[in-house]
Design a protein around this ligand. Sequence first.
Ligand SMILES: [Zn+2]
Length: 425
Amino acid sequence: MGENVLIKNVFYLSPELEVKKGDILIENGVFSQLGDVKKDKTGYTIDGKGFAAVPGFVNAHTHSSMTLFRGFAEDMPLMEWLEKKIWPLEKKLKPKHIYYGTKLACIEMLKSGCTAFNDMYFQVDQIAKAVEECKIRACISSAFFDFFNPDILEDSIKRVEKDLKLLSNRDLIIPAIGPHAPYTVSIEGLNTSMELARESNALVHFHLAETEKEVVEFKKNNGKSLIQALDEIGFLNDRLIAAHCIWLNDEEIEILAKRRVNVAHCPISNAKLCSGIFRYPEMINKGVNVCLGTDGAASNNTLSILEEMKFAALIQKVHRSMPEFGAEIVFKSATENGYRALKLKGGKIREGYVADFSLYDLNTVSFCPNHSLLADIVYSASNSVVYTFVNGKAVIENGFFMGDKDLELKIIESVKKVAKELVSE
Ligand SMILES: [Zn+2]
């Protein structure tokens, strides 16, 4: 479990989103004492003066290796973007691409206050290797497609079973299955993946109702709505993290709430690919556990939940004429709701919760004059993360990965090299 950490005299955001000041003691990877800590026998002490401790964010939907595609295919609609640019490039991906792409993603997330993420991609051994080297928390799902072909389904299930074993019993990794989407996986494939997840106590990560076309075509081909079909096979439950969920009516949102489905809202990707605008107020009012995700860097183009929170609030304000839709809602989505989806006691600076958090430098332009810590975090914080702790261990120190600027630069150089090779091959 490693050494204990004491942060002295620091501002922190309480579970009620109030600013408190005191000491934070971390033992065995969890917050063990807040306030006036008398203990002096700790391994690692930080003077918290000038910092604010804020719970870590969960990036609830991403494809981390797609950092290699950042800026590669721009200003296109979703299907054309996938078919002409993304899928042909993905066919060329080798293990080293997945490894370096994920590694860059982990560092980018940690540096923007993200302590856990929910990933869907291929070659999960490489993803797990990068995640463990970066000491970030990750729910890793092995992506699969069956393209409505029983033979492909059989092969995919064999691979997924193998991947689940590979991802099990590892410290910061939560195993999951990633049936891609309703337009690439059959109902039978979805049913099998949920059964498999139940048997192995894994989570399920899925793209749902991202475009209007997907929902309309499903109904045309199956004679019933997508949500109805998924509900009939028991696919909708609290094991599921469903990304996007844009094209749903009131009744369907109610079903998601009743079945305790976790929804990963990705507003920047949805806007960039013209997919639509999420019904955030309805989701919250009906009690859906809404989390925030960036989606892959090819459609965002960052993996920053700080940016995602701001955009999520702004787009609802302007689209719905709801100025009151704001910081508190999106912050809770990014923190405690994300941890709830991952079935972890986290997302709050509270005794007994996992010590996943960041220290932000209050002596920066973004936090000046700091009338409201919550407003500054959601609307102005950027490049202000000095420390990020995951499971009580400092992974970003003094603003750099492992506190080592040269190491970070070396990784960036390696990523540039493999990314260039990939597009020129
Ligand atoms: Zn996605």
